[in-house]
Write a new protein. Structure first.
Length: 148
């Protein structure tokens, strides 16, 4: 049983995320952590990057609290989040290869799907994993369109 107020967690997470994203964007400009436009970019001027940390930090706290509160599956989400966040930050700062990024995403999703212990046949679990990796990449694609 998870204690505390889910609504309270949601409101606190939103407020913390909004503040951290704002701070990360300001820090990105000040520290010159910018996505420089290239042929695949939709932006024409350098745009602050690594703002995703503003979302990751509250999620780490949220899943950490759930795990400490006795929800064992939260550890899989926590580890998966750390893996994808580290790969994403590395990619923001130094261009990670697509294969390594995909590998990190696949491992994170497999860990979570496995830990959920769903009573489904293997092919539905594999399809679920495929859809989740696709979703991570879709979100990253949309996030990569810096500036909109």
């Amino acid at each position: 049983m998870v204690s505390g107020s889910a609504t309270g967690y949601l409101i606190a997470g939103f407020a913390i995320s909004a503040a951290l994203v704002f701070l990360m964007l300001r820090a990105g400009r000040a520290m010159n952590i910018l996505a420089v436009p290239n042929a695949r970019s939709s932006h024409v001027t350098p745009t602050p990057t690594a703002g995703g940390l503003g979302f990751v930090i509250p999620l780490l706290g949220f899943f950490g609290m759930l795990y400490l509160d006795g929800l064992a599956v939260a550890l899989a989400f926590l580890l998966g989040l750390v893996l994808v966040a580290a790969a994403s930050l590395w990619d923001d700062l130094a261009d990670l290869s697509a294969g390594l990024r995909f590998g990190c995403q696949t491992i994170a999703v497999a860990l979570i799907v496995w830990q959920l212990d769903l009573p489904w046949p293997w092919y539905l679990l594999a399809l679920t994993g495929l859809v989740l990796v696709w979703h991570v990449n879709l979100f990253n694609f949309m996030d990569g369109i810096d500036g909109i």
